[in-house]
Design a protein around this ligand. Structure first.
Ligand code: SF4
Length: 297
């Protein structure tokens, strides 16, 4: 059973939104004006499915719910159109009736968990949690986020989250700014803080408390993958192996749409070289040992 935030707390967060380190301080109950994530009060779902593609540590199929909007602008984002235009078709607001019907259906089909992803779901936390709180026997919640979870969001989410799944993408502030537009706040500090805080929270039986994902980007082994491995080795040094999983993801896909000039300018418009994945995996294995899985397995 989850502990959902009170409607009053969720609404208060939306009225002065500081859910992520963008710290916009806008009133999202009036609409998305001024919100970097381009979201008003509603959580907008543009895709949902039963997925077998998540980490094996989740123990089976997950109900994957993709919500629009994000606090970053990663040049290689595969969901770009729903990041920058979260209200476009086929997005729809998550309401209690829709959520309950789909939740029941996916449970019957074998879902073991509910994985909310994006974009980034943290700006949509009030809407998602409101719908989830209506369920009598909700699926354990897996929160697949970019790690930009400010205190306001953490306090809403942590009592409800069974598994924090946090992307640790960048090894230095320069790459975070050039590749994802992370400027005006401390991206690395925020993400590492989320990883550390997740480990202090409650655990759900049979599930890891934390999944960390790192995408092996072409040309970024030394500036990103190696420093990420070093940071995680430090953050997770005292954590029992079954409490946390680090997933090195090798399926980088260069963006092929009209944004391709921007990724090209930073070397991201190509597939990884033949040896890059192997070298990246070797770096991870050396620093993280048995905690490391590759592509979820
Ligand atoms: S969730 Fe983040 S980006 Fe969106 S309005 Fe709030 S502080 Fe700004």
């Amino acid at each position: 059973m989850i502990a959902g935030p009170s409607a009053e707390r969720a609404t208060a967060a939306l009225r002065d939104c500081r859910l992520c380190p963008r710290d916009c301080g806008v009133d999202r109950t009036l609409g998305p004006a001024g919100a970097f994530c381009r979201l008003g009060a509603q959580a907008l779902v543009y895709k949902e499915l039963l997925s077998l593609g998540e980490e094996a540590a989740l123990g089976g199929p997950t109900w994957l719910v993709d919500v629009g909007g994000c606090s970053l602008r990663c040049l290689f984002c595969s969901e770009w159109q729903f990041v920058v235009r979260p209200h476009q078709q086929p997005a729809r607001a998550i309401d209690a009736a829709w959520f309950a019907q789909r939740h029941a259906q996916r449970k019957v089909q074998g879902a073991r968990t509910l994985s909310v992803v994006g974009g980034d779901p943290t700006p949509s936390a009030p809407g998602v949690l409101a719908a989830l709180a209506q369920q009598a026997d909700p699926l354990p919640l897996v929160w697949n986020c970019n790690g930009l979870v400010a205190r306001q969001a953490w306090d809403l989410l942590d009592p409800a989250v069974a598994v924090w799944s946090i992307d640790v993408k960048f090894g230095n502030a320069r790459c975070a700014e050039r590749l994802a537009g992370a400027r005006g706040f401390d991206m690395l500090g925020a993400v590492d803080g989320s990883v550390a805080r997740a480990l202090g929270g409650p655990r759900y039986p049979g599930l890891p408390r934390l999944i960390v994902r790192h995408l092996l980007m072409p040309g970024h082994l030394e500036c990103c993958t190696r420093p990420v491995a070093d940071r995680l080795a430090g953050l997770l040094a005292a954590v029992p192996v079954h409490h946390a999983v680090v997933n090195w993801m090798t399926a980088y896909v260069p963006p092929m749409d009209r944004r391709s000039r921007a990724p090209a300018a930073v070397g991201l418009s190509r597939w990884p070289d033949a040896g890059e994945s192997a070298r990246g995996i070797a770096i991870g294995r050396e620093r993280l040992g048995p905690m490391l899985v590759v592509d979820g397995r």
